[in-house]
Design a protein around this ligand. Sequence first.
Ligand code: APR
Ligand code: PHB
Length: 411
Amino acid sequence: MAYTPNPAMNPIRVIKTNEVIALKTQVVVIGGGPSGLLLSQLLHRQGIESVVLERKTRDYVVGRIRAGILETGTVNLMRQAGISERMDRECLVHDGIVISHADEQFSINLKALSGSNVVVYGQTELTRDLYDVREAANGQLLFNVENVQILDADTDHPRVSYEQNGKTSHIDCDFVAGCDGFHGVSRQAIPLNVRREYEKIYPFGWLGVLSETPPVNDELIYASSPRGFALCSMRNENLSRYYIQCSLSDSPGDWSDAAFWQELKRRIPTDAAESLITGPSIEKSIAPLRSFITEPMRWGRLFLCGDAAHIVPPTGAKGLNTAAGDIHYLYNGLAQFYTTGDTDGIDHYSEKALSRAWKAVRFSWSLTSLLHRFPDQSEFDLKMQIAEIAFLKSSRHAQSMLAENYVGLPY
Ligand code: APR
Ligand code: PHB
């Protein structure tokens, strides 16, 4: 790409007419979720201006209950972005996880096998921290935007238009970061004859419950059982997060708290079931499971990040962490461009991000296939699952492979 940075361009300039507001900035970030906010904050720390366009409100975005496991790479990005103080104070460091099948259980020592670990810190908290730091820096965060359109992404002068409070605005920029999730507009801006999409829909969902109760175990329990998968997780010492595999035809209203706790107890090891402290659900929701990835993750001056480019089943806790890898690559590519004019980083963004994302898609698919009951699986399929779990229990090498993927592959 033969172009030079426009350092002289006023990062933000507003030209108002009676109908249209014209803005200029360096990077337009579409989507104010974890990906968009983390990128905006990292760019800000490098003196690179951005405008974040979010279709919902801050409270709506922060209120979404999502997963809570951070890889070391994600933690390091938070530190680099200057938003790790509360996380360092409140997070739980986990050196291992438990895998169980019926009443058999074993721990996988992530730290001993991979030299690394994971951190338990809710995505809700991470997103709240990101908003706090962006607003403290007077970041350009626009909420309730509608009809976002990406224009001329395949030229040297991309533009983004949007509507807010009945006014239409256009933003001239150098680059567009599509951080608007699976249902956003960014991926659709890449022409169908350029885009290749890969998808697997799983024949079940996860019913999740948040309860103000102490976690049943110090480490997460990933439970495979004849009745289906279950996961015992947490947010802190008095906030637990539990999931059970459920039918796609279920809705949260079909499950009373009592029915949920009874089913969870039937899927986790007996000692955990007997010590489980139940309580009223403060949140109850069902998420469908899919694996999805789109190639390429770049088109001209548009870069896709996070859920806009890939979706994984939550089994491997890779959603946010794979998004963090994308943000690492894109931030470093943009920082390199604006400081040196070198385009090597952004020119190799899609290749690097996809390489890591495909490995996360594989790991999440593999763990989902191992631990869940599939409606159409044969007795042979079931025996294969049981044999693989038995091998995982017995093999340090197999456990090392799981640990290496779970703590996060290097950027
Ligand atoms: N215009 C503006 N904003 C949009 C648009 C649009 N057309 N479409 C979607 N958005 C916003 C959504 O409201 C949301 O706040 O983009 C944001 C996308 O955020 P996420 O879906 O959280 O995706 P991402 O930031 O990549 O974070 C990935 O979050 O959803 C979890 O499981 C996911 O853990 C993963 C992580
Ligand atoms: C969670 O705590 O929400 C969680 C933890 C691990 C997973 C998925 C979800 O694999």
